[in-house]
Design a protein around this ligand. Structure first.
Ligand code: ZN
Length: 239
């Protein structure tokens, strides 16, 4: 009986040990994959295209935290997806992040921007003024954290969906930062460090940043009102 018990305990211990070894092996393998990917990112030429929808939402903990996620029953994906690749490129940011995205309701994607800001990355955000206040919008969280957010003040849309990472990498496509875009819609995203393309987006961001400066919007409106007033005075004189 004693030897049977010892045998069972031994088997259990062996199973537990092999489980631990397996998890350590997986951790090592994923770390190696991550290192290789970051080496590729440091290379001279990055041009990638990603398509959505993903079948499952990528596990943010697994792809972004140092501790990773080893939950067997995790409801999110631990496999590589288009979103996990976006996580990787966004989180590679070290100095500046310029976000110009029409709709931002994804807590996970906005969370990356917030964590970059907390790490000292200089973050600027441009979004659409009407989308800022829709149900589920996370723009308030960006503003609350002290991130500089500017919006268009027009009846048309600020419809861009791009991010400049460290002024060197552009992430651009049809992809809004929403759950529907991740697992519902057909979307495309191009990631490239092609200098001419990055430079064009950089200029566009700077142009819009100036254009949507609240003080310049005020100036523009004031100028417009003054012009209208002077024109109406002119009309009056004509009469
Ligand atoms: Zn997970």
């Amino acid at each position: 009986m004693g030897s049977l018990l010892k045998g069972s305990l031994g088997t259990l211990a062996l199973m537990a040990a092999s489980e631990v070894l397996y998890k350590l092996y997986m951790y090592w393998r994923q770390s190696r994959a991550r290192e290789n990917e970051s080496k590729q990112s440091d290379g001279n030429d990055i041009t990638e295209v990603f398509f959505f929808p993903d079948k499952e939402i990528a596990c943010k903990t697994h792809f972004l935290s140092d501790t990773r996620c080893f939950k067997d029953n995790c409801k999110y994906s631990h496999g590589k997806t288009s979103l996990s690749e976006l996580y990787r490129y966004l989180s590679s940011c070290r100095k500046t992040m310029d976000v110009c995205v029409f709709v931002m309701t994804s807590e996970d994607l906005v969370g990356i921007v917030l964590s970059m800001h907390q790490r000292g990355v200089i973050v600027r955000v441009i979004t659409d003024d009407e989308q800022e206040t829709i149900s589920g919008s996370r723009v308030w969280a960006l503003r609350k954290a002290g991130i500089n957010v500017r919006t268009d003040h027009s009846s048309t849309y600020m419809h861009h969906k791009f991010v400049l990472v460290d002024g060197k990498l552009i992430i651009n496509g049809s992809f809004n930062w929403t759950r529907t875009a991740i697992i519902g819609n057909q979307e495309n995203v191009i990631v490239t460090n092609h200098q001419k393309i990055v430079s064009a987006f950089h200029s566009e961001f700077e142009k819009l940043w100036q254009q949507f400066d609240p003080s310049s919007v005020y100036d523009t409106e004031l100028t417009k009102r003054n012009r209208e007033e002077s024109e109406s005075c002119g009309d009056f004189e004509k009469i």
